[in-house]
Design a protein around this ligand. Structure first.
Ligand code: FAD
Length: 329
């Protein structure tokens, strides 16, 4: 013995350079393939983990995505609804078996629920909501509602990462298919059981992934005007509807439509802000949109500072006129 004492297991594992490989955990029902693009920036083979009663069918699709080396499925109904108490041990057991160096999941309700628990079981720290991969250990992530961009380096032997899906493009679909294998299924007994869920049903494009979004703010005055002004414009553009927190708090729109720091983060090709002042907490949810159009009667509203196209006008005149013109195109 050297007399220096044995290095701890943690030190050993972090000093040995392991071959890079990633496990991408996707949500059954709405798999965000752009997480695979983030994982591909690290290098090394990518395995995908899918669980739940639809996993086997979904695996056939995921296996065709470019860059996927293998799909692991745990097709048990136990994983429907992604209860984190069951899902986190599933992730951990598969990370152990595959000796993955990186675990990626979307920074969605699903990823935010499962990944921190899995990381905690393995006593490593999560790296949250990344928008870029600089190297295998260095990542970029917005903090303070997007006002500061932090570059963080992790020394953890396994990196658990949630990905801001709007920051990465979808990968291409390949002509070949990756193999599909059984995941390790620890079938953990949990005291938590799924009781029920209430989902908001809508025929409209999904706010999180829509190419166009029309959002309304407090300037709409009441729910009736919100419905009468915002929805026809959204229909004319084939757009999803969003709202500021003031509009949600005032009961003009459903909570699920809130865009911003405490709502959804969107980055569509076109974002129309109608009667929204442009508070920093709202900007945090939409400022990465490709083209931002603002309609506000106050020429000094901060939203105009980030808008590509601004119209100083009363929305009650301008929006019906705009909707009419679009419908006539
Ligand atoms: P206001 O700021 O009241 O703006 C209304 C705008 O409408 C004004 O600019 C006005 O000029 C314009 N207007 C009025 N009448 C007309 C008209 N006839 N024609 C044209 N324009 C008109 N906010 C979010 O949106 N999302 C979040 O996720 C969020 N999270 C938050 C988290 C925290 C911790 C805190 C403290 C705040 C958060 N907020 C969030 C709230 C945020 O600070 C603002 O209060 C909110 O965004 C304001 O919404 P608004 O722009 O609709 O309303």
């Amino acid at each position: 013995s050297s007399g220096l004492g044995r290095p701890s297991l943690v030190r050993l594992s972090s000093t040995i350079t392991r071959t890079l490989s990633s496990l991408v955990v996707l949500e059954s029902g709405s798999p965000s393939y752009s997480v695979l693009t983030a994982a591909s920036k690290v290098g090394g083979p990518i395995s995908v983990l899918l669980a739940g009663s639809k996993a086997s069918a979904e695996a056939l699709e995921v296996a065709k995505v470019d860059g996927v080396a293998k799909v692991l499925t745990a097709p048990s109904a136990e994983y429907d609804h992604s209860l984190p108490e069951k899902f986190a041990p599933l992730v951990v057991e598969n990370v152990k078996r595959g000796s993955y160096t990186h675990v990626f999941a979307p920074a969605s309700a699903f990823g935010k629920n499962v990944v921190p628990r899995a990381a905690a079981i393995l006593d490593v720290q999560q790296i949250s909501d990344i928008t870029a991969v600089q190297s295998a250990d260095t990542f970029v992530r917005p903090i303070y509602a997007g006002n500061v961009i932090a570059t963080v380096k992790s020394k953890d032997p396994i990196k658990f990462i949630t990905v801001r899906t709007s920051a990465f493009p979808d990968p291409a679909i390949s002509t070949s298919s990756a193999p599909i294998e059984d995941a390790v299924d620890p079938s953990v007994n949990s005291q938590t059981t799924f009781v029920s869920e209430e989902l908001t049903k809508t025929e409209r494009p999904d706010l999180g992934s829509a190419k166009r979004v029309v959002s309304g703010g407090r300037g709409l005055k009441d729910k009736e005007s919100f419905d009468k002004i915002i929805y026809p414009l959204a229909d004319a553009l084939g757009a999803a509807v969003g709202a500021s927190r003031a509009a949600v708090d005032s009961g003009f729109a459903d909570n699920s439509l809130q865009v911003g720091q405490t709502g959804k983060v969107v980055a569509p090709d076109l974002y129309l802000a109608v009667g929204i002042s442009g508070a920093i907490q709202h900007l945090a949810g939409m400022k990465d949109s490709k083209t931002i159009v603002a309609i506000n009667k106050d020429a000094d509203a901060p939203i105009f500072e980030i808008a590509d196209i601004g119209l100083v006008a009363d929305l009650f005149d301008a929006i019906p006129e705009l909707t009419d013109k679009i419908n006539k195109l």
